[in-house]
Design a protein around this ligand. Structure first.
Ligand SMILES: NC(=O)c1ccc[n+]([C@@H]2O[C@H](COP(=O)([O-])OP(=O)(O)OC[C@H]3O[C@@H](n4cnc5c(N)ncnc54)[C@H](OP(=O)(O)O)[C@@H]3O)[C@@H](O)[C@H]2O)c1
Length: 221
């Protein structure tokens, strides 16, 4: 079942990526709740981000946001992915969870270091179980660009084993003002997750302000 304009919860929504996505989705008319480990921090972030939006961003704990959302985005560092998913697991049963995690291993973030489980998205699906439809997206777009109202010259690949869930992810990407493209099954997420390290290298090597990915060719749906 697809939901035309779902309630979107952003777990870890006070961070760079989550707050930028929340603001763009809020601007496009979605109802969005920011989640945080600290509900006061979520409130402050929601207030700071809501200026000029059709409706203010809602705020709460990560658990409250995950409970409220029809679609739940996870935007926390790789090291926090497992503990955060464990905390919200019961609240996301029956829902679509959009994992944005890139398995960077500081300090060598310009080196691809995919985890033993294959990639972050597959780890999320294994942790949450089959009753949660995990998709992944937003790996290759710079948060500081999403945080502006500017047009961003890149595509966003969306991965997942369930076509209808991917459709929801593509619609959310479009709600952020970007072109979302189906990237295939969840294990394919490894390619985008790995590519982030390459993009960070390109940023440094060529002094690019947030290199991105663009798929060429005339795509027919
Ligand atoms: N930044 C980018 O340009 C970008 C682009 C593509 C993908 N990503 C991926 O998106 C995810 C989020 O990136 P980000 O740059 O937004 O991260 P971030 O700003 O460093 O952190 C996001 C949020 O995660 C929460 N958090 C931090 N440490 C935590 C912990 N130990 N346990 C639980 N929650 C914790 C914090 O929220 P509270 O303190 O409010 O709980 C924080 O605001 C990462 O996996 C990253 O690889 C980032």
């Amino acid at each position: 079942m697809t939901i035309s304009r779902p309630r979107v919860a952003v777990v870890g929504g006070t961070g760079q990526l989550g707050s930028a996505i929340a603001r763009r989705l809020g601007k496009s008319g979605h109802t969005v709740m920011l989640g945080s480990r600290d509900a006061g921090k979520a409130r402050d972030a929601a207030q700071a981000l809501s200026d000029g939006l059709p409706a203010p961003l809602l705020h709460g704990s990560n658990a409250a946001a995950a409970e409220w959302g029809e679609v739940v985005l996870l935007t926390v560092p790789f090291a926090s992915q497992g503990p955060t998913l464990t905390e919200i697991r019961a609240a996301v049963v029956g829902k679509v969870l959009v994992d944005t995690t890139v398995p960077l291993v500081p300090p060598k973030v310009m080196r691809v270091q995919l985890p033993a489980g294959g990639c972050a998205a597959v780890i999320a699906q294994q942790l949450l179980g089959p009753e949660v439809r995990v998709i992944s997206a937003f790996h290759n777009v710079a948060a500081h660009k999403l945080a502006t109202d500017a047009v961003i010259d890149c595509d966003v690949l969306v991965f997942g084993d369930d076509r209808a869930a991917r459709d929801i992810g593509v619609a959310l990407v479009e709600g952020c003002g970007l072109r979302g493209l189906h990237g295939g099954a969840l294990p394919n997420s490894a390619a985008a997750e790995a590519l982030t390290s390459v993009l960070i290298f390109l940023n440094k090597h060529y002094a690019v302000d947030g290199a991105g990915v663009r798929v060429t060719g005339a795509l027919k749906s």
